[in-house]
Design a protein around this ligand. Structure first.
Ligand code: ADP
Ligand code: MG
Length: 326
């Protein structure tokens, strides 16, 4: 293994990612100094990825860097916050060399441009365990306007952005290890797993419209159930309205049982939110204005839990709610 020492690593790979932010102090001081902005609140979120569990060491390292940042940016999007800065914590294992870290940092650099965020600090340690990567991201939202999980009302419509289940099917395709001559549809599904698209623009535009919001990371039904629990309500969802991409539809034709993976598979990083029917058109307009697609999939009601029905109003059993770590 070939690896540069801790301080050289920070200097050569990470300090360039902190250029242009005075408060980062060139990553050469003990901490960052951030300037609060009048009339805004700071939204903070942390995520960690562990090799062998959330990614594999043979995944392209630039994509791992992008995914690491993007899962946190998705949390900010779900709160209606605009991304600002982030901290990066690395527990480096023996099998992680300079070339891996260089490619990883290039992925971060690409997404810093794409999402307008900058690195302002972090920590670098070594571990005898698996490689662990963590990002703490900070975003801004006008005071009082953060989108919470807890604000849903009875009668609110339930919306979801993009399409659901691609990532779960993509992960299955990766795990089944299909040959390189794979179909385009399958490649697209794999990409959806490897490189989520946080709905930053949509989250910001849902301020003042959405009554509650969450990003779909554990699975559509599990995450909708989180909104139900904290809002003290139930959700009624029409299966036929759940947006499923053409590539996912193609997989379902061959294997209809995979519908369960669509409902409970995680890692979609789409926004799942509720809004009053009175703002139905405004929600659509907000999505259009940032090039996002949103679909109304159901309605919030009294009671508890999530009910999914088919076109004949027959209840569909959801076998597994979603992903849990323990
Ligand atoms: P301390 O020992 O006081 O915790 P460190 O030596 O760990 O400080 O870090 C020195 C500087 O380098 C700090 O500004 C810290 O934020 C930054 N830093 C360390 N690791 C990283 C990293 N992985 N990414 C970004 N900044 C880092
Ligand atoms: Mg330290």
């Amino acid at each position: 293994m070939n690896r540069t020492g801790e301080f050289d690593l920070i200097d050569s790979l990470f300090a360039p990612l902190a250029s242009g932010v005075p408060g980062a102090l060139g990553l050469a001081d003990d901490a960052a100094v951030l300037q609060p902005r009048d009339g805004t609140e700071i939204v903070v979120t942390t995520d960690a990825l562990v090799a062998g569990i959330h990614f594999h060491l043979d995944d392209p390292p630039d994509l791992v860097g992008q995914k690491l940042l993007r899962v946190s940016l998705s949390d900010l999007a779900s709160m209606g916050a605009e991304p600002d800065v982030y901290f990066l914590t690395l527990a480096l294992s023996q099998d992680c060399d300079d070339s891996w870290l260089e490619a990883f940092a290039s992925g971060l650099a690409a997404d810093q441009k794409e999402f307008n965020v900058r690195l302002v600090g972090g920590d670098t340690v070594s571990t005898s365990g698996p490689l662990m990567l963590s990002v703490t991201a900070l975003g801004r939202v006008p005071t009082g306007q953060a989108l919470l999980r807890s604000g849903a009302h009875e009668g609110d419509e339930i919306w979801v952005s993009g399409s659901i289940g691609d990532s779960a099917l993509g992960l299955m395709a990766i795990q089944s290890g299909s040959a390189s001559g794979e179909r385009r549809a399958e490649r697209w599904l794999k990409e959806r797993y490897l490189l989520p698209r946080p709905r930053t623009g949509l989250g910001i535009r849902l301020r003042g419209l959405a009554s509650s919001c969450i990003d779909v990371s554990d699975g559509l039904i599990a995450d909708l159930n989180h909104i139900c629990q904290v809002s003290g309500l139930s959700a009624w969802v029409e299966m036929e309205h759940i947006p499923i991409s053409d590539p996912a539809q193609a997989v379902l034709i061959d294997n209809p049982g995979l519908i369960q993976s669509i409902l409970s598979g995680g890692d979609d990083y789409e926004l799942l939110f509720t809004a009053s029917p009175q703002v139905h058109d405004a929600v659509k307009q907000a999505a259009r204005s940032c090039g996002s697609c949103v679909t109304c999939i159901g309605v919030m009601s009294t009671g508890s839990g999530v009910e999914v029905v088919d076109g004949n109003n027959e209840q569909i059993d959801v076998l597994k709610m979603g992903y849990t770590h323990f």
